[in-house]
Design a protein around this ligand. Structure first.
Ligand SMILES: [Zn+2]
Length: 105
């Protein structure tokens, strides 16, 4: 995922546009995880154990998509840190645009 390191953005503390650092923050835990594909269920059924490359527990080839660290077009949660007053502001991901869309603009 590509993001600029700094942007000029309005700072509510300085009450003007300042240069702000961009930092990605986590979403804060899993939400709405489907139980069918849960690790807990797999363990109950005797799966999800073993040594080496079992992929997703043996039956199918390894799902490389799950091993990716970040999605290519996800809505990022961004923390903006003002370079003038050093205060940070969080932007909620629900109001964000996808990264691919941001870069097009
Ligand atoms: Zn500021």
């Amino acid at each position: 995922m590509k993001l600029p390191k700094t942007t000029n953005r309005f700072c509510p503390y300085c009450n003007k546009k300042t240069e702000q650092k961009i930092k990605l923050v986590g979403t804060g835990g899993k939400r709405g995880t489907l139980t069918r594909g849960s690790k807990y269920r797999a363990k109950k059924r005797g799966l999800g154990r073993g040594i080496g490359n079992l992929g997703k527990w043996g039956s199918k080839p390894a799902q490389t998509k799950h091993k990716r660290k970040s999605k290519t077009t996800k809505k990022p949660n961004i923390m903006y840190t003002c370079s003038v007053c050093k205060k940070s502001k969080y932007r909620n991901s629900s109001k964000n645009k996808r990264t691919g869309k941001i870069l097009q603009e």
